[in-house]
Structure formats: structure tokens, C-alpha cells
Design a protein. Structure first.
Length: 570
């Protein structure tokens, strides 16, 4: 899927389709940034207390009070040996949870695609492929439970130790049932037992976690960022505040051996490489792959280029070259697909962090990748010392900064329709997803534009004139297009016969040929009743750069036939 998406992105860039992503209203861009900010803030707030984010944005927001309750209490500092034992258990059961999650997702894919009552032979083979991994996982769970029972964590806290003991016993039973169901190939039972095993290991992790300590580490990283922006002067500004925050939190966490979650890095990155082959077509049809590839290409392109539009507003450096960006990302995703990696996209968090850290050129993005590669390959032990809560704290701060309250209130004062587009874009992104939210904002902007160009106010005023002739003044404001011809025609019909009519274009934003033709046609009829039409054609031409000279002689001639020449036509 990633490979197909990369090919499509490359072709789109070569055919110069990237420029279309520039046609986005500022209200939509700021709404997108704020929506992403809300999602990041609400999800990473859970991570900051060593909890798991919920399934969607709404659940993340609704469950914020529960998360605050978890992280609010003042933590107690256990014995050093107990804290270190708890850290080791957290890491062990964290890896066990990841392995069980991988097995559960693989089994679910097979069961979800299955439609008949009995498994096909190839489905049985694929299901059986997970059995050795499940049995190995069961054995590792038994080993981990043995370490727990021999550790000082058991005696550290009576009630908490009791709950943890019940959770570990339940996890072992659930793993055993999951292995048996896989061995027997029981289709209905397999899906349920896999979910139970995953939930049981997650329950063990929940009882091992120290939400209170994690919350304090996250708050520490936020405090360092905020304080550094006030304290740093001169050359000290070269030190990025997030880097200082991570370093400080890491020193504190390891100095006190705090029992929180730490960054997990695999020992061997090559284990994550899964090169695609034609055997993938045994499980998924080419049509499904192509459809998924198209969807991924659209989403990845939209996220990257819309975020690039937003980032261009944050700095004064080089502007985004949309077509080249799209083509280059397509080529990169082709490589990602060939290596079995996740697709790459430009996202607002890393880009905003880059700008906030002082990045000025595209070299900063390249060095970003170089630093990641260096740390993962050479400095793995150092990465494993970083508390997850410290990184989450930085993202909580970044997400909050992305929520642009100032821009919303500025739009509210200037144009409430634009403010409504901002807010609706934000809400839809939170409720649905980024692409739907942005598309909703773009559609609303187009509707607003249509309404703006179809809005026309026509005011007619009559006053007595000399020689028994009345004077009339027709004032137009807005956009005079063919959509509003009935309104203009109705007002012209109200002009008294023989009146001298002056048309005021001063407050008019736009006028099209249809409305000009209506005025010329009406002038001919009005001249027959002895009336005249006065239009400042020179001013009209200067305002709208339209070639109105073709119509001007007709209007003047029509007025002359009525016995009186148009004032400004002369």
C-alpha cells in the first residue's frame, strides 16, 4: 500500500498537482492547526501520566478529568530496590504487551476477512503461524511473573500488591486459553481469547504504572520549556528549550530511579523490515491494495502540503515548493514501501518544533533524520533512559501552543463567517479526522465565496426635479452578477417614467456583463418615455478593469434618442 501511494504521489508531483493544496483559506489553515493542537494536547495528556490514549479525539477529551485525577496525587518514594524492580517489570510487561498486541492484530485480520463457518486451508495455515509466537509469549509471561513474585514489589504495598498479583495470574490464564484456541483453530473463540489476553496484560501494566510520578515528570518538562524562554539570553538561546527539558527530566528520572515508562528501542532494527512480495496477493486482492494506496496517497499528500502551508506562515525562510515536495515524498514512500516501513509525511508537530528550535532552512529537516538515525543506531542506551512522560509533556505544550485562540478572536471581530469556518474545521478534525475536517473547511469557504458573490443590495431613491421631471438614484453594493438579475430588474421597474436616473457604483465590488447588458437594455426602453440614464463609465472601467466601452455608446445613444444626453456619458 505504501509503495502504491508513493508511486501516485510521485506522478502527482510530476504533473504539478501539488499547487492545488495552496488554494486553502487562512481560516481553514488556522482551524486545521488548532484542531491538530487539540488532538495532540488531549491524547498526549494521557501519555504524560503513563496512560494509554483513547480510541478517538472525543474520548480523549472526555476522559481528561480521569487522567488529571490519576496524576494529581503527590507520589510516594518507595525503596530504591523496589523502584528499580518496578522499572524492570514495567519494561518486561510493556514488551509482552506489544508482542501480544501484534499477535492479536494479526489474528483479527484473518478472522475479520473470514466469511464462512469453516476455515479455508490457507486460513488455517496463517492462523497456525501465530501459535509458536503465542506459546513463546506464554512462557515469557510465566518467567516475568516469577521475577515479580521474587521481587520486593510484592511486599511494597499490600493492597496494590494484591491487585497486581490477581492481574498477573489472570494474564497467565488468558495467555494459556489464547494458545489453546489457536492450536484448536476455533474461529469464534480465537478472536475473543486474543482480546482477553491483550486486556489482561494491559491490566498488569496499569497496576505497575505510577501515574503520579509520570505526571510530575511531564510537568517538569513543561516547566523547563516555559522558564527557559524567559531565562535564556544571548548565546543561551542556541540551546533549544525542548532539548533542555528532556535532558533535565531524564537526569531526574534516572537519578531517583523513578518507576515510570521509558522509551523502548528495539535491539535490532532489521527485524522491523518486511520486504513485500507477490505472496501478499494471496491475502488481499489487487483492487483492495490499489484502493488503499489511493486513499493513503491522498491523506499523506494533504497532511504534508497543508502543514507546509501552515509552516510557511510561521517563519520567513524558504517557501515550500509544492510539486517538488510532493514528488520527493512520493519517491521516499516508494522506498518506505519496499522496506516495509510506515509511510512518511510532513506533520505539524515536528515542523513546528523545528521552527521553534531555530531551524531556518531545509537542511534542518535533513539533519533531523540524520540525528534520529545516529541516536537509534549508536545511542540506543541513551534513548532508553528518556522517560516517555517527558516527551509527552513537550507535546502537550506544543499542542496547546498550536491552538490559536488569538486568531479565532481576531477573525470573530473581522468576519464572523470566517471565524465559523475556523471553528467548524477544528471541530470536524477532532470528531472525524484531518482530511475530512480540511475538506469541510474548503467546502464552507467555497460556499461563503458563492454567497459573497451572489449578495447584492439595490436601493432606489426618488426626488422631484425641474421641468416636472423627477430625479432617481440607484445605489448598488455587493456583487452584481447574473444570479441577482431579478433584484436589479425589479428596482429598475420602480423608476418613474421619464425620470433622470443616476446609477451609483461606489459601493459595488463586482459587476458582470449580464448586469451591464440589463442596464443598457433598460436605458433604451427608458429613453422612449423621455427619461435618461447617467452612468460614470470611466470610473466603472477604472474600478473593475472591464472593457465597458462596447456598451457605452449604446447607453449614450439610447439616452440621446430620449432627447437628453447622459450627464457622465459625455
Amino acid at each position: 500500500v505504501v509503495l502504491i501511494a508513493g508511486v501516485l504521489q510521485l506522478l502527482a508531483g510530476l504533473f504539478r498537482m501539488g499547487q492545488w493544496f495552496r488554494a486553502v483559506s487562512p481560516a481553514v489553515v488556522h482551524g486545521m492547526l488548532s484542531g491538530i493542537g487539540v488532538l495532540i494536547f488531549s491524547s498526549q495528556l494521557h501519555v504524560m501520566v503513563d496512560d494509554r490514549p483513547r480510541d478517538n479525539g472525543i474520548q480523549n477529551i472526555v476522559s481528561i478529568p480521569d487522567t488529571l485525577i490519576k496524576g494529581f496525587p503527590l507520589p510516594t518514594l518507595e525503596e530504591s530496590s523496589t523502584r528499580r524492580a518496578r522499572i524492570e517489570l514495567l519494561q518486561q510487561f510493556g514488551m509482552l504487551h506489544e508482542r501480544q498486541d501484534e499477535i492479536e492484530r494479526g489474528v483479527e485480520r484473518i478472522v475479520t476477512r473470514h466469511r464462512s463457518e469453516a476455515l479455508h486451508e490457507w486460513e488455517q495455515d496463517h492462523l497456525a503461524d501465530f501459535l509458536p509466537a503465542q506459546r513463546a509469549l506464554l512462557e515469557d509471561v510465566r518467567v516475568a511473573i516469577g521475577k515479580y513474585e521474587a521481587s520486593s514489589v510484592v511486599q511494597a504495598n499490600g493492597e496494590r500488591a494484591r491487585r497486581l498479583g490477581e492481574a498477573t495470574a489472570k494474564a497467565q490464564r488468558a495467555m494459556h486459553v489464547a494458545a489453546e484456541d489457536l492450536a484448536e483453530g476455533r474461529l469464534d473463540a480465537v478472536k475473543r481469547s486474543q482480546a482477553d489476553a491483550l486486556a489482561a496484560v494491559a491490566d498488569v501494566l496499569a497496576n505497575l504504572k505510577n501515574h503520579d510520578w509520570a505526571a510530575k515528570i511531564g510537568l517538569l518538562s513543561i516547566a523547563v520549556i516555559v522558564l527557559w524562554r524567559f531565562v535564556a539570553r544571548g548565546s543561551l538561546r542556541l540551546v533549544p528549550a525542548p532539548l533542555l527539558a528532556v535532558s533535565t527530566a531524564t537526569v531526574v528520572a534516572w537519578g531517583f530511579a523513578l518507576p515510570v515508562l521509558y522509551v523502548e528501542v528495539p535491539d535490532d532494527l532489521t527485524h522491523g523490515l518486511t520486504f513485500p512480495s507477490w505472496s501478499v496477493l494471496e491475502d488481499v486482492s489487487a483492487r483492495e491494495l490499489l484502493t488503499a494506496g489511493i486513499i493513503m496517497a491522498v491523506i499523506a499528500s494533504a497532511e504534508t502540503l497543508l502543514c507546509a502551508t501552515a509552516i510557511d506562515r510561521m517563519h520567513g525562510g524558504p517557501r515550500t515548493r509544492y510539486d517538488k515536495e510532493l514528488a520527493a515524498q512520493g519517491f521516499g514512500n516508494m522506498l518506505c514501501g519496499l522496506a516495509g516501513a510506515l509511510p512518511m509525511t510532513g506533520v505539524i508537530v515536528r515542523s513546528a518544533a523545528n521552527v521553534q528550535a531555530g531551524g531556518k532552512t531545509r537542511l534542518s529537516a535533513i539533519l533531523h533524520g540524520a540525528w534520529l538515525l545516529l541516536f537509534v543506531l549508536v545511542m540506543t542506551p541513551l534513548l532508553r533512559m528518556i522517560p516517555v512522560a517527558a516527551l509527552a509533556g513537550i507535546l502537550v505544550y506544543t499542542g496547546f501552543k498550536l491552538i490559536d485562540f488569538k486568531e479565532f478572536f481576531a477573525l470573530w471581530r473581522q468576519n464572523r463567517a470566517e471565524a465559523a469556518i475556523f471553528l467548524i474545521t477544528l471541530v470536524v478534525i477532532v470528531v472525524a479526522d484531518l482530511l475530512i475536517g480540511v475538506l469541510t473547511g474548503v467546502v464552507l469557504s467555497a460556499v461563503k465565496l458563492l454567497v459573497t458573490f451572489s449578495h447584492l443590495e439595490v436601493e432606489l431613491s426618488n426626488s422631484p426635479g425641474g421641468h416636472g421631471r423627477s430625479k432617481s438614484r440607484l445605489s448598488m453594493s455587493g456583487a452584481a452578477t447574473f444570479l441577482r438579475l431579478p433584484v436589479l430588474a425589479a428596482r429598475l421597474e420602480e423608476v418613474p417614467p421619464g425620470a433622470k436616473l443616476h446609477v451609483d457604483f461606489e459601493r459595488l465590488n463586482y459587476i458582470d456583463h449580464a448586469c451591464l447588458e440589463l442596464l443598457v437594455s433598460w436605458a433604451k426602453q427608458h429613453a422612449a418615455s423621455g427619461g435618461s440614464l447617467s452612468i460614470d463609465w470611466e470610473s466603472l472601467h477604472a474600478r473593475f478593469k472591464a472593457d465597458n466601452h462596447a456598451s457605452r455608446p449604446k447607453a449614450a445613444t439610447a439616452a440621446d434618442r430620449g432627447g437628453r444626453r447622459s450627464d457622465s456619458a459625455a
